[in-house]
Design a binder for this molecule. Sequence first.
Ligand SMILES: CC(C)(COP(=O)(O)OP(=O)(O)OC[C@H]1O[C@@H](n2cnc3c(N)ncnc32)[C@H](O)[C@@H]1OP(=O)(O)O)[C@@H](O)C(=O)NCCC(=O)NCCS
Length: 170
Amino acid sequence: MPDIITLTGRPPSASHLTLSQIMDQHHTNLMGTVHGGRILNLIDSVAGVVAARHSDGPAVTAAIDETAFLRAVRVGDVVHVDARITWAGRSSMEVAVKVSADRWDRAVPPVDVATAHLVMVAVDDEGQPRPVPPLRTETEGDRRRYREAQIRREHRLALRRALLDGAGEG
Ligand SMILES: CC(C)(COP(=O)(O)OP(=O)(O)OC[C@H]1O[C@@H](n2cnc3c(N)ncnc32)[C@H](O)[C@@H]1OP(=O)(O)O)[C@@H](O)C(=O)NCCC(=O)NCCS
């Protein structure tokens, strides 16, 4: 018999996560600021935890899109990586991630650093997609993010179809 989560879904608040980390001198670029790949690594890791929490098991990254780097992160800054699930399908989930930073040398509000949207797919022991609980939106913000995620999904699938249709044409 299906359990209550399977029947009613699970809200974004149940898997929402913010990770905070002090940036050290490892992973800097030639400018001496934090490498974009380091920020992407944090984004991917935190999104993976959120997807695993929602789906009660492992999830892999199928796509990362709409990533924008808004400001540089410096050594000593405290970076906050905030991730929440915005949409869930049969086996895939969209996770939206916002990255902000507290400047180490100035008492100013956190500055926005990056935003990203990731498609995570829940997988079984063989690495095959497995079903995930539906997403139960609770707030107006949840519903707006869900609608926006649906638009992004349609765009991703249309792009994938168009590229596959064009494949092999030289
Ligand atoms: C992700 C993966 C499991 C999907 O496997 P697949 O055989 O393509 O499975 P499907 O075609 O059934 O897709 C599964 C789901 O993912 C979605 N999906 C897969 N690729 C997608 C993409 N590029 N964009 C958006 N959605 C995607 C599908 O729409 C489907 O969603 P739904 O079940 O909610 O309807 C497989 O491609 C994989 O293992 N990729 C490598 C993942 C990985 O190792 N990532 C770490 C970085 S290397």
